[in-house]
Design a protein around this ligand. Structure first.
Ligand code: GLP
Length: 241
């Protein structure tokens, strides 16, 4: 695990974006693992600026989102399908046909999860997985107690995660109760991982993930098992290291 501590959230986005940019420069048809949430927005902004300047080209790259809410209409602005389209596909110039998000509207969610997990493998695996981390240590929507061997599946969202994400919905009761998420085992198969965190609210989760014991109670600690994981944090998020 490589830990990079930077002065500002803007630098976190820029440095993590450089890692993603290098992968796409080396391999224009790279497979990207895409995270939602506020943490990676700086990465996407930094990459979009480089695309605008003609330094990077994502038109041949493909992507797999980490997770999606169950039961949310695709047209809802906070469905992860909508977020990925708005924050990633459009600004980076990705081909929408090459980007997948788990299907939280599927009639058979278990089958959809298994198919999604298989599709990642069929695509040759993720070249670089972008991750944020929840204040409770979750990555993707792998809440505490998730197995390190878990695959893409249905999960119940922790009450604290529903509270944290209520800010994206008009009414807290609208926050979905379940999701589809890539498993920790799925995420660990990515060839590279870059996890970003900014702000004091993430300090405890970062310390537990980086310096704590390997524990299902902190799903982020699974990244200690990964050979090419880079954790990029600002000073506030690094405060408990
Ligand atoms: C969300 C997402 C995660 C994200 C985390 C932290 O609910 N499913 O992928 O990393 O929670 O979110 P944020 O970056 O907004 O703090």
């Amino acid at each position: 695990m490589e830990i990079v501590i930077l002065e500002s959230p803007a630098e976190v986005g820029r440095v993590a974006a450089a890692l993603v940019g290098k992968v796409v420069t080396d391999r224009p048809d790279a497979v990207l693992g895409l995270a939602t949430g506020s943490s990676p927005l700086g990465i996407y902004r930094s990459l979009a600026a480089r695309v605008a300047e003609g330094e990077l080209d994502f038109s041949r790259a493909s992507g797999f989102a980490l997770d999606e809410y169950v039961g949310i209409p695709l047209t809802h602005p906070e469905s992860y399908a909508a977020v990925i389209a708005r924050d990633v596909i459009e600004p980076l110039g990705l081909d929408p046909a090459r980007v997948r998000v788990p299907d939280g509207r599927a009639d058979d969610l278990e089958a959809a999860a298994v198919e999604y997990d298989g599709a990642i493998r069929t695509a040759g695996g993720v070249d670089i997985q972008i991750l944020g981390i929840g204040a409770n240590g979750h990555i993707g929507f792998n809440e505490p107690t998730s197995s390190f061997a878990s695959r893409t599946r249905i999960k119940t969202l922790a009450p604290s995660t529903r509270e944290a994400n209520a800010r994206f919905f008009d009414d807290p009761a609208q926050v979905p109760t379940h999701c589809l998420t890539q498993g920790l085992g799925t995420i660990l198969e990515a060839k590279r991982v870059v996890l970003v965190a900014q702000g004091a609210a993430k300090a405890h989760a970062i310390a537990a993930a980086v310096e704590g014991p390997l524990s299902a109670m902190c799903p982020g600690s699974a990244l200690q098992l990964h050979e090419h994981a880079t954790i990029v944090v600002d000073e506030e998020a690094a405060a408990e290291l």
